[in-house]
Design a binder for this molecule. Structure first.
Ligand code: ATP
Length: 243
C-alpha cells in the first residue's frame, strides 16, 4: 500500500498499476522497462507539460482533424496507462483505435482489446494481415485500419515501425518523452510529453480549435523545433537542478 502523502505517490501508483497489468498479461515485461526509460526523461522535463509540448498537442489535434483516414495505434502500455482517456478522445474525435503489439499473441490481443472495451473504447477488429514492411510481429495489422490510414497517432512507439510508417507515406504523430529516440526524429510530429498529460490536451484541442487555427498550426509544423525545445528545457533543468 503506497502512503497517500508519499512525495512520489503518483509515480509509485502508476508503477504498481503497470505491474498489476503485467501480471494480467496486458503489459509485457519489456513494456515495464520502456516505462522506466520514459520516467527518466520525464524527471528531466520536470514532470510537466512544456509550452512547446502543448503547442505540439494542439498541432496533433489539427493534423488528426485534417486527416482523411486517421487512426490511433495502441500498444499494451498505452492501454494500461490511458484506457479512459482513449475512450474520451474517441468520443470527441471518432478516431478509430487499433491494437498493434510488438510482443503479439492472440491472448494478449484479446486481453488488451477487452481492457479497452471495458473502458468504453470501440476497438477495430478483423483479420490481421502481415502488411507493414517490418520483420517482426508489428507487421501484422488490419487492412482497413493501420494499412489504409493516412495519419497514425502512435504513443510509446519504437523507431523501426515509425520509420516504416513514414516510408509508406503516412503522417506519424508520436507521443514520446525521449526527444532523442529514433521515433521522435522519424515522426512527422512528436509530442514530448507524458502520455496521460498529453491526451487531455489533445481532447481539449479537438473540441476547441477553429478551422483557421488548425490550418495555421499545420502550416507552421516544425518537428525539429519541438525536439530542440524539449532538449533545451532538459538542459536548463540540468544546469540549475541543484539550485
Ligand atoms: P526508438 O526505437 O524510437 O529509438 P526505444 O527503443 O526507446 O526508442 P521503446 O523501447 O519502444 O523504443 O520505448 C518507448 C518510448 O516510449 C521510450 O522512448 C520512452 O521514453 C517512451 N515512454 C515510455 N513511457 C512513456 C509515457 N508514459 N509517456 C510518453 N512516453 C513514454
Amino acid at each position: 500500500m503506497i502512503p497517500l502523502d508519499h512525495p512520489r505517490y503518483r509515480s509509485l501508483q502508476t508503477r504498481e498499476h503497470l505491474a498489476d497489468c503485467a501480471r494480467e498479461g496486458i503489459v509485457s515485461l519489456e513494456g515495464l522497462t520502456a516505462h522506466g526509460r520514459g520516467e527518466a526523461f520525464d524527471y528531466l522535463l520536470g514532470e510537466k507539460t512544456t509550452d512547446s509540448a502543448l503547442c505540439a498537442e494542439r498541432t496533433a489535434a489539427a493534423l488528426l482533424r485534417a486527416a482523411r483516414r486517421p487512426i490511433f495505434s495502441v500498444n499494451g502500455n498505452t492501454a494500461a496507462l490511458a484506457a479512459p482517456l482513449i475512450a474520451h478522445l474517441q468520443e470527441v474525435s471518432r478516431l478509430p483505435v487499433e491494437v498493434n503489439l510488438f510482443h503479439r499473441t492472440n491472448e494478449r490481443m484479446q486481453k488488451i482489446t477487452a481492457h479497452l472495451e471495458s473502458h468504453g473504447v470501440q476497438v477495430l477488429t478483423g483479420t490481421a494481415e502481415r502488411l507493414l514492411p517490418l520483420s517482426h510481429d508489428r507487421a501484422w495489422c488490419l487492412r482497413k485500419g493501420l494499412y489504409e490510414a493516412d495519419t497514425v497517432l502512435v504513443p510509446l512507439e519504437d523507431g523501426n515501425r515509425a520509420t516504416a510508417l513514414r516510408g509508406m507515406g503516412k503522417q506519424v504523430i508520436a507521443i514520446d518523452l525521449n526527444p532523442l529516440s529514433r521515433t521522435a526524429k522519424a515522426a512527422t510530429l512528436t509530442i514530448v510529453d507524458e502520455l496521460t498529460r498529453a491526451l487531455p490536451h489533445l481532447i481539449e484541442a479537438f473540441s476547441q480549435l477553429s478551422l483557421e487555427e488548425c490550418q495555421d498550426l499545420v502550416a507552421h509544423l516544425d518537428n525539429r523545433y519541438f525536439l530542440y525545445s524539449a532538449l533545451e528545457e532538459m538542459k536548463r533543468r540540468l544546469d540549475h537542478g541543484l539550485d
